[in-house]
Design a protein around this ligand. Structure first.
Ligand code: NAD
Length: 343
C-alpha cells in the first residue's frame, strides 16, 4: 500500500487525474490517495493557494501525484508549483521525451531526457518593482545560481546517465552573455563531467541548442540545464514527440518526489472531455518506477504506447477523427492494463 498525496489541480487537472488514478489502480497495486486541494480551487475554498494541510500531507507521504495548477499571469499570487518545489527543495526536474508511434510528429525515435535545475535561476522569486512617484518605472529579477546548486543538479544528471546507461550529457547554458551565472553552471558541469569519463560530455549555448533540437534531435541524449532554459526546452522536446498531452515530469528532492504532467491547466479545453490523459498517466508510470513497481510501470507504458500507435481510442489532439474523449480513452486503457497484468 502506497500513501500518496493526490492534488487534482485546476482546469483539465481533475479530469486527467481521475483517469490516471483509475489506470494506476488497474494494476492491482493498492494506493491510499490523500486528496488535497491546492491552486485556484484552494483560493476559492480557503483563500490560500497552498493551505497548510497540503504541506503536512506531502511532508508525511513524501510521494505526490499532482495535476496542473493555474498561475495568473502578471499580478496575483506567486506560482504554487514554484512554491512547492522550493518548500520541499525539489531541486531536480526530470522530463523525458520519448517518441510514440502514431502521432503527427515528423520526428521518430526521439529519446531525450531533460534535467532541469528546479529551484534557482530566474525562478528563485527574487524580484521587485522600482516605483518612483507612485509609478512603476522599472522592475528587477535576479537569477540566483549557486555553486552547490549547480553541483547537485549536474551530479544528478551524470548519476541518472550512469544508472540508465545513457551515452552523453550535454550542458546547456548562455555562458557567452550570462557569464557569472550560467558561466559558473558550465564550469561546474565541466568539473563534474571529469568524474564520469565513461560518459561523453559536451555543452551547447541555449539558442544553438534550440535550433539543433529541431534540426538534429538525434544528437541529444541527456540535457542538463538551468531553470528557465529547462522549462522552455522541455516544451520544445514535448513538441518533438507530438505535444504536451504526452510528456510527464518528476520533481525530486532529498526525500520528497512529486510527479506531474509537463502541461498546464489548459483553460482553452477545460470541461470538454478532450484533454489527453497520457501525460499524467506517464507521471504515474514515473511514480511506479520510483517506488520499484517495475512490472506495473512497464504494463501501463506499453499499453499507453500501443493505444496511441493504434490512433483509435485517442483524444482529438492525437486524432480528431477518432471521436474519442478523455474518459473513453481512460476506460480502454484500464481494460488493457488489467489484461496485461494477468500475463
Ligand atoms: P498549457 O500547457 O495549459 O496549454 C498549452 C496548450 O496545450 C493549450 O492549447 C492546451 O489546450 C494544450 N494542452 C495542454 N495539455 C493538454 C492535454 N493534456 N491534452 C490536450 N491538449 C493539451 O499552457 P498555458 O495555457 O500556457 O498555461 C495554462 C495555465 O497552466 C497557466 O496558469 C500556467 O501557469 C499553468 N501551468 C501549470 C503547470 C503545472 O502545474 N506544472 C505547467 C505549465 C503551466
Amino acid at each position: 500500500m502506497y500513501n500518496v498525496t493526490l492534488i487534482p489541480g485546476d482546469g483539465i487537472g481533475p479530469s486527467v487525474i481521475d483517469v490516471a488514478v483509475k489506470v494506476l489502480q488497474a494494476t492491482g497495486i493498492e494506493f491510499n490517495w490523500d486528496r488535497q486541494v491546492a491552486g485556484m480551487a484552494a483560493v476559492y475554498e480557503f483563500g490560500n493557494p497552498i493551505p497548510e494541510p497540503v504541506i503536512e500531507s506531502i511532508r508525511k507521504n513524501k510521494l505526490v501525484l499532482k495535476g496542473p495548477l493555474t498561475t495568473p499571469v502578471g499580478g496575483g499570487y506567486r506560482s504554487v508549483n514554484v512554491a512547492l518545489r522550493q518548500e520541499f527543495q525539489l531541486y531536480a526536474n526530470l522530463r523525458p521525451a520519448v517518441s510514440f508511434q502514431g502521432t503527427k510528429s515528423p520526428f521518430k525515435n526521439i529519446d531525450i531526457t531533460l534535467i532541469r535545475e528546479n529551484i534557482e535561476g530566474l525562478y528563485a522569486g527574487i524580484e521587485h518593482d522600482i516605483i518612483i512617484d507612485n509609478q512603476k518605472i522599472a522592475a528587477e529579477s535576479i537569477a540566483l545560481v549557486t555553486r552547490s546548486g549547480s553541483e547537485r543538479i549536474c551530479r544528478f544528471a551524470f548519476e541518472y546517465a550512469k544508472k540508465h546507461k545513457r551515452k552523453k550529457v550535454t550542458a546547456v547554458h548562455k555562458a557567452n552573455i550570462l557569464k557569472c551565472t550560467t558561466g559558473m553552471f558550465l564550469e561546474v558541469a565541466q568539473e563534474i563531467a571529469r568524474e564520469y569519463p565513461e560518459i561523453e560530455f559536451d555543452d551547447k549555448i541555449i539558442d544553438a541548442c534550440a535550433m539543433q533540437l529541431v534540426m538534429a534531435p538525434e544528437s541529444y541524449d541527456v540535457i542538463v540545464t538551468t531553470n528557465l532554459f529547462g522549462d522552455i526546452l522541455s516544451d520544445l522536446t514535448s513538441g518533438l514527440i507530438g505535444g504536451l498531452g504526452l510528456t510527464a515530469g518528476a520533481n525530486f528532492g532529498e526525500d520528497v518526489a512529486l510527479f506531474e504532467a509537463v502541461h498546464g491547466s489548459a483553460p482553452d479545453i477545460t470541461g470538454q472531455n478532450i484533454a489527453n490523459p497520457i501525460a499524467v498517466i506517464k507521471a504515474g508510470v514515473m511514480l511506479l518506477q520510483h517506488v520499484g513497481e517495475k512490472k506495473a510501470a512497464k504494463a501501463i507504458n506499453s499499453c499507453a504506447h500501443e493505444l496511441v500507435a493504434e490512433s483509435k481510442y485517442v483524444t482529438p489532439d492525437l486524432n480528431p477523427k477518432a471521436n474519442c474523449g478523455t474518459r473513453a480513452m481512460g476506460r480502454e486503457l484500464v481494460s488493457r492494463i488489467k489484461n496485461a497484468m494477468k500475463k
